[in-house]
Design a protein around this ligand. Structure first.
Ligand code: HEC
Length: 154
């Protein structure tokens, strides 16, 4: 008897999770803990649209990366809207100067930075230091990169 009750409880808990998962597709202001939830099996669509997130990237990572981008150093050179300043390029367009714009490349370039003598844009006064000159963790960089990826892949 009690086992039937608990399995029904488990079922409704599952339904609630499924509803939350669907609802979080858009602008996610939920405070879902990113790392602790087990990854849900994702059915890869046969024809991925350009707005699909890269593998390993979740909407929660994008939301967290959004807030880190705007509190870390990034916005000082790339702008609060990420559209660029004289110190750093626009990250919202489809033009890339250092990379081709894939998610792993964004993670990599934010981790290692861009030395001044490798900068392509004219007039940038400083190189981009590794991790944007901050002490961001690898996890935080994965989150920032997820956010940066979505800016140009809409
Ligand atoms: C001191 C200024 C500065 C800071 C701070 C900075 N960047 Fe940059 N960033 C640059 C410059 C300069 C480039 C190279 C642009 C070029 O080669 O034309 C660059 C390149 C990039 C690129 C590759 C762009 C491309 O077109 O290939 C990405 C992605 C990027 N930065 C993300 C970030 C993120 C995320 C942060 C925060 C963790 C950050 N940057 C912090 C100045 C900065």
């Amino acid at each position: 008897m009690s086992s039937r009750v608990s399995s029904r409880l488990a079922l409704s808990a599952f339904a609630a999770v499924a509803i939350v998962a669907c609802a979080s597709g858009g602008s996610s202001s939920s405070s879902t803990p990113a790392a602790s939830a087990p990854a849900a099996p994702v059915a890869a669509p046969a024809t991925a649209s350009s707005s699909a997130l890269p593998s390993g990237v979740t909407a929660a990572m994008v939301a967290t990366g959004d807030s880190i981008f705007h509190t870390a150093s990034c916005q000082r050179c790339h702008g609060m809207n990420a559209k660029g300043t004289p110190r750093g390029p626009d990250l919202t367009d489809s033009q890339w100067s250092q990379i081709s714009g894939t998610y792993p490349e964004i993670v990599q370039i934010v981790t290692v930075g861009v030395p001044k003598d490798k900068i392509k844009m004219a007039g940038a006064p400083f190189g981009m230091n590794p991790r944007g000159g901050t002490n961001l963790s690898d996890e935080q960089i994965a989150q920032i990169a997820a956010y940066v990826y979505t800016l140009s892949h809409k």
